[in-house]
Design a protein around this ligand. Structure first.
Ligand code: COA
Length: 571
């Protein structure tokens, strides 16, 4: 009898679960023997390579300097206030307790640096994607050492980007809330507009209805707007004597009614777990809070595939590239004149340096083709010169091909600076054709429904940045190498923005424009403003792309994805 029931359960109930896992385990690509791109460095490249290395070393030093600066946060006094007086853990210690390991993908660590209103380390909030019990989750963790975790405009932007990453890639989201709400001196830049503070809560509702799980941990103040984050999350953990949730704190109550009330009585963990029901789990300390959260994540309905051993990976044909990733430092162009054949970059990123090129003899200023990165099949679209008429047509064709085959795209962007327009009739025709072809490529890139990852390996200027899937074209992830330059017009080409036929003294204006372009085009300027998901070192690119592809793939292991009509409501 029992055996019959067990068989029935296996057939009717467990089967879908098991079959999905089995399919995931069994799913493997068809065998491939893509040609090897054996492109060693030739003596003729040496001087370019060495100039690039010198520039990359300077950029790397700047990168390390900024990492140190961000790590120090708001300085020793703020850290002492946070850890000793307020008895709270620092964000890095919180993440250590929450995540499986330190191998997480941090998003935009330099956001907030060099802004008109000052340096805001980590934009006051660490965001990224890390594994909890094997499951990739987005985390958003306020850093209360930065002005009490209050939200600056850049904090809001960073939080919204993290939620966007969660939505686009269907990733569970964990909020570690420790925030005094809005940074009041900049309230007009935070409050009313579409992509400002309120959007965080809108997103929470939309994500819940999309069945993107959200868990929050109240490990500090949740004041004013901050109070809605835990209240709208699906499950909330709150730490005794550390967490508070209220719209107006004790000083406000005193001012309004003259009544003296403690933070605990007004909005502590006991009150919210026992009376208001705003939180679901009361915990005595922070350590317990992260254990609880890890357990909550393991209740989510995912069936992850078994981890592959190195032998299994080798069997699948996962090989390292022929050349060391450090060589990418010499291939990271100092400027367009120092760009070597982009296939040299491709060969240092793909498994076994293998690459099945598409349309190798047509539109050669764009390189397109198929490759594997840590076993994931991808379509690569790489700038190798001007995005000409032919190159744009080829780009459109290849992007559509990948879209049709459901193959993720990796864009390697390096825009050629554009000279001033020659306004002869013959040139006008060439320009117009080019415009049409680039417009077509932009349309295909915008409409391709496959995941897209963009790495700016050199220049990112003007409309080429759109066709090569810049930020406005919503790639799932966009990273910059530290040598990258991001501006409407390349530095040194400021004259193309000004009217032609100027007098000698007016050239001063051009010089000023060029020095402004130079200053504003650095990768760090861009990342400080959150125009990207972060600056990565060239030698880490293969690993970062692998993580992104693993992260994007995870959604297929969620067992229940059918959209709800409304979000989960805490009633
Ligand atoms: N806007 C601007 N600055 C704020 C702020 C706010 N809402 N809340 C706190 N700060 C600043 C403080 O002035 C202080 O700045 P300083 O380091 O230059 O002196 C810093 O943040 C830390 O605040 P402090 O009160 O010393 O730290 P704390 O750890 O004891 O308390 C808070 C932190 C957030 C709990 C507490 O400051 C608070 O309750 N703030 C008011 C929150 C509020 O009413 N928000 C409403 C927003 S709509």
């Amino acid at each position: 009898m029992y055996r019959r029931i067990a068989r029935w359960v296996e057939q009717h109930w467990q089967c879908p679960v098991r079959s999905m896992a089995t399919v995931a385990r069994r799913r493997k690509g068809l065998p491939s023997a893509f040609p090897v791109l054996d492109l060693p460095l030739k003596p003729i490249h040496r001087h370019i390579y060495e100039a690039n290395i010198r520039n990359s070393t300077a950029c790397k030093n700047k990168y390390m300097e900024l990492r140190e600066k961000v790590k120090k946060g708001s300085g020793e006094n703020a850290i002492a206030r946070h850890t000793q007086r307020n008895k709270k853990l620092l964000v890095k210690d919180r993440l250590q307790l929450l995540l499986d390991d330190e191998d997480f993908l941090e998003l935009s660590p330099f956001a907030g640096l060099g802004l008109p209103y000052g340096d805001i380390p980590s934009a006051g909030c660490l965001t990224g994607i890390g594994r909890i019990n094997g499951l990739w989750c987005v985390f958003l963790a306020n850093d209360a050492t930065v002005k009490g975790g209050t939200a600056y405009p850049i904090t809001v932007k960073k939080q919204l980007r993290a939620q966007e990453v969660a939505i686009q890639n269907r990733l569970p989201c964990v909020y570690l809330v420790d925030s005094g709400g809005a940074f009041l001196p900049l309230q007009s830049e935070i409050f009313p507009d579409k992509n400002q503070g309120g959007r965080t809560f809108y997103n929470e509702a939309i994500m819940s209805a999309m069945k993107i799980p959200q868990v929050s941990v109240v490990c500090g103040s949740c004041t004013a707007g901050g109070a809605y984050i835990p209240t709208m999350a699906e499950e909330t953990v709150m730490v005794h004597r550390i967490g508070t949730i209220f719209l107006g704190g004790p000083p406000l109550v005193k001012a309004a009614s003259g009544e003296e009330v403690t933070p605990e009585d007004l909005g502590g963990a006991r009150l919210h777990a026992e009376v208001s029901g705003c939180v679901d789990h009361f915990v005595w300390g922070e350590k317990e809070a992260y254990e609880y959260t890890r357990n909550i994540i393991s209740t989510l309905n995912y069936q992850l595939p078994e981890e592959e051993s190195n032998e299994e990976k080798a069997k699948k044909g996962e090989e390292e590239p022929l050349y060391g990733s450090e060589e990418l430092l010499g291939l990271a162009p100092l400027n367009y004149n120092h760009s070597l054949d982009v296939k040299m970059v491709v060969s240092r990123l793909t498994d076994g340096s293998r690459f099945q090129e598409f349309k190798a003899r047509y539109g050669t200023t764009l390189v397109t083709g198929f490759a594997k990165i840590h076993g994931h099949q991808v379509g690569i679209v790489a700038s190798n010169g001007e995005l000409s008429y032919e190159a744009s047509l080829k780009g459109s064709h290849f992007v559509q091909l990948c879209d049709q085959r459901d193959i993720p795209l990796v864009f390697l962007q390096n825009t050629v600076p554009r000279p001033g327009l020659t306004l002869s009739p013959a040139q006008a025709e060439i320009n117009t054709n080019c415009l049409k072809a680039r417009g077509a490529m932009m349309s295909t890139v915008a409409c391709a429904s496959v995941p897209k990852i963009t790495v700016v390996i050199g220049g990112c200027h003007g409309a080429d940045s759109y066709a090569m899937c810049g930020r406005a074209f919503e790639p799932n992830f966009l990273f910059l190498w530290p040598n990258a330059r991001v501006s409407l017009v390349a530095p040194g080409h400021g004259g193309s923005l000004l009217p032609p036929g100027r007098e000698a003294e007016e050239l001063k204006e051009e010089q000023e424009m060029n020095s402004k372009l130079k200053e504003e085009s650095s990768a760090f300027f861009s990342s400080g403003r959150l125009w990207d998901d972060g600056v990565i070192l060239p030698q880490d690119t293969r690993k970062v792309i692998r993580d992104c592809l693993d992260i994007i793939q995870q959604q297929q292991y969620q067992l229940s994805t059918e959209k709800l009509r409304s979000p989960l409501l805490r009633v």
